[in-house]
Design a protein around this ligand. Structure first.
Ligand code: NDP
Ligand code: 2IT
Length: 445
């Protein structure tokens, strides 16, 4: 890494002790940025990196609520408003027991570059809570969301900060959050949240968008080698929003998705995953993946273990950060892997990324490959602003166009900086330059 960047990196790491995932995300971006600073000394003079690594605002708050037994529960809420150079802060809310400030900061930091790559007018932010929704009733989820919004509402707004979903936050939670925002503010401000229901300001395709977008990005990568999804053997991790829609799209393009997982285990279904059954179990019944085995023949469920033990030509990690390590990456590569599209945020460890890149595997990093979700959130904001609602076909066409464009921009940037096919470099530099230019233009803020 460039010595000037190393010094800035060391200061960032020292100023944010213990924030492991944030450090990882910062290091990965800095490793790409040496050549940009050679060409653009004004970025160093303008202290762009120092500013970029310091969130504009960080909010941490108490979330008190009552469970169904009447006991008092206390969780911690976060919203990190990272960068507004390109538009209002935009990014999801994650409800998962593992959430802490370092995780929200890594997600918010990644979001800045991702959102820049979409070409839409959105800045970067992220939030969430260490609340665990697993096993909670609808009424408990509602009370939690209402309490969370009772603090969050004062910090967000259609021109300020626009949250959406992430792990543990889907349509149900966005509904409860929106209801409470409306009640407190006495404003029907559609553009304050995205991922809303279709009848009250949501956008068609938003639920499918991240998974679909990841597959569209991976298809573009495969095309550069004269290949496509048709006939590929695909393994997907996770079985939530992103995973299910990635499976659906990959199969629509002719692939066979043979395995997917949750945090308890994975299923192998050599005939190709039955998406309707998977949706029924995960989205309607809110059940566990284990339930799939009994309802379809010739399926094996493996409790514990790693879904990356299943061979694939295309791997789509769609669960969570650091879920695919160096050993798993090496095993996949030995067994015929062609491409990786990250549906999740930072699912591959740094070791795994190095293995993929050294082996010449097509590797689409999350900040580019999973940008379809936030892209469609921005399309939802656009529809809200014009009080319009678009058809599924039109919205999907826009999403496809933008994902193809992100792929092309990452590829062209990698070429421009002398490392063709390096989508990590392309995504980091492509996103960074856009944000850096806007920051310089807006003065020292
Ligand atoms: P969901 O909550 O719908 O699904 C998450 C899935 O990942 C579940 O199958 C869950 O299993 C599994 N999972 C979550 N945490 C862990 C963990 N610590 N270890 C193992 N498995 C885990 O979330 P999404 O599908 O929305 O999000 C998945 C990933 O995609 C995240 O990285 C998110 O940041 C990213 N993403 C999401 C976008 C969106 O629009 N929703 C947009 C862009 C990226 P279990 O049920 O057992 O917990
Ligand atoms: O990581 C992500 O890009 C998301 N969770 C979606 C953010 C959004 O605002 O739609």
């Amino acid at each position: 890494m460039d010595a000037r960047l190393e010094a800035i990196r060391d200061t960032v790491l020292a100023r944010n002790p213990g924030e492991r995932e944030f450090h990882q995300a910062v290091i990965e971006v800095f490793e790409s940025l040496g050549p940009v600073h050679d060409r653009h000394p004004e970025f160093l003079e303008g202290a762009v990196l120092e500013r970029l690594c310091e969130p504009e605002r960080q909010i941490i708050f108490r979330v008190p609520w009552t469970d169904d037994a009447g006991s008092f529960q206390i969780n911690r809420g976060f919203r990190v408003e990272f960068n507004s150079a390109l538009g209002p802060y935009k990014g999801g809310l994650r409800f998962h027991p593992s959430v802490n400030l370092g995780i929200i900061k890594f997600l918010g930091f990644e979001q800045i570059f991702k959102n820049a790559l979409t070409g839409m007018p959105i800045g970067g932010g992220k939030g969430g809570s260490d609340f665990d929704p697993r096993g909670r009733s609808d009424a408990e989820i509602m009370r939690f969301c209402q309490s969370f919004m009772t603090e969050l509402y004062r910090h967000i707004g259609e021109y300020t900060d626009v949250p959406a979903g992430d792990i543990g936050v889907g349509g149900r939670e966005i509904g409860y959050l929106f209801g409470q925002y409306k009640r407190i503010t006495n404003r029907y401000e559609s553009g304050v949240l995205t991922g809303k229901g279709i009848s009250w300001g949501g956008s068609l395709v938003r639920p499918e968008a991240t998974g679909y977008g990841t597959v569209i990005f991976a298809e573009e990568m495969l095309k550069t080698r004269g290949q496509s999804f048709d006939g590929q053997r695909v393994v997907v991790s996770g079985s939530g929003n992103v995973a299910i829609n990635a499976i659906a799209k990959a199969q629509a393009l002719g692939a066979t998705v043979v395995a997917c997982s949750d945090s308890s285990g994975y299923i192998v279904d050599e005939a190709g995953i039955d998406v309707a059954l998977l949706r029924q179990i995960k989205e309607v019944e809110r059940g566990r993946l284990k339930d799939y085995e009994a309802r379809r023949s010739a399926v094996s469920y493996v409790e514990g273990g790693s879904v990356w033990d299943v061979d694939a030509t295309v791997a789509l990690p769609c669960a969570t950060q650091n879920e695919l390590g160096g050993d798993a990456a090496a095993r996949l590569v030995r067994n015929g892997l062609l491409a990786v599209g990250e549906g999740a945020n930072m699912p591959s460890t740094r070791d795994a990324v190095a293995v993929f890149q050294e082996a010449g595997i097509l590797f689409g990093p999350g900040k580019a490959a999973n940008a379809g979700g936030v892209t469609t959130s921005a399309l939802e904001m656009q529809q809200n602003a014009s009080r319009d609602s678009w058809s599924f076909a039109h919205t999907e066409e826009r999403l496809t166009e933008i994902m193809v464009g992100i792929h092309a921009r990452c590829a062209a940037t990698a070429d421009e900086y002398g490392d063709p096919g390096n989508y990590v470099l392309g995504a980091n530099i492509g996103g960074f330059v856009k944000v850096a230019d806007a920051m310089l233009a807006q003065g020292l803020i």
